[in-house]
Design a protein around this ligand. Sequence first.
Ligand SMILES: Nc1ncnc2c1ncn2[C@@H]1O[C@H](COP(=O)(O)OP(=O)(O)OP(=O)(O)O)[C@@H](O)[C@H]1O
Ligand SMILES: [Mg+2]
Length: 250
Amino acid sequence: MSLIDLSAVSFAYGRGRNVLDGIDLKIEAGRNLGIVGESGSGKTTILRLLLGLARPTAGRMTFRGEGLDPGNRAVMRGFRRAVQAVFQDPYSSLDPRQKVFDIVAEPLRSLKIDMDIDDAVAGALASVDLPPDAARRYPHEFSGGQRQRIAIARAIVSRPELVLADEVVSALDLTTRIRIVDLLKTLSERTTLVLVSHDIGFVALLCHDLVILEKGRIVEQGAARDILSAPQHPYTRRLLDSTPRLMDFA
Ligand SMILES: Nc1ncnc2c1ncn2[C@@H]1O[C@H](COP(=O)(O)OP(=O)(O)OP(=O)(O)O)[C@@H](O)[C@H]1O
Ligand SMILES: [Mg+2]
């Protein structure tokens, strides 16, 4: 059974036009999924649905086969516990007034997860290769790459099954990007990743499967290997031609 299943899902902001249209997508545990498309294609909007921050305006979304109905609190609680996210901008996504300890501990507190908070935060910081004393400092004392590690520590502290990552390396220089790719690769041994990026080369380094999104519709989906070696859709070919190949450097 899929972890999350989207079937004929559409979404519109307010009374606007559909920004997602007829999306069919399965997220399987253990298979990292990359969602690739140009700016405005709907990538972040899909992540908002997967995080439960927005609900489909049409179609059906299930978690472990059960409908995500806000009235079903047990399913919603399991869903919220299972999914965490890391966002693009490591400068704005961390509260500057909070110490790293409290930032990383936040999911444990808000989800009321019964874990030893000190141990869990120390473990999460160690997993992202930050020193233990990082917990006592503030975000402004860290570089962009280190801040992204703090955001990743926060996303994994509650041991979610799925981690969503929205353009997590776009704001970083090439060397820092490669280090974060290595870190995500290690983490994906424990958790499934959904990576969103306009850079097909980056997601292909980490993902088994790809979804190619154009103006809110999926134009191609399948094994990353197949899509990279034989892209079927002209839009996919254009994306492949327009991104520098991180693979050439890694
Ligand atoms: N809060 C909002 N209200 C209204 N429209 C929105 C809102 N957020 C996004 N949109 C619109 O939805 C569409 C998809 O936006 P989305 O942010 O999902 O794209 P994206 O693929 O993540 O783009 P980018 O690569 O620039 O981050 C765009 O047309 C955008 O203008
Ligand atoms: Mg986006």
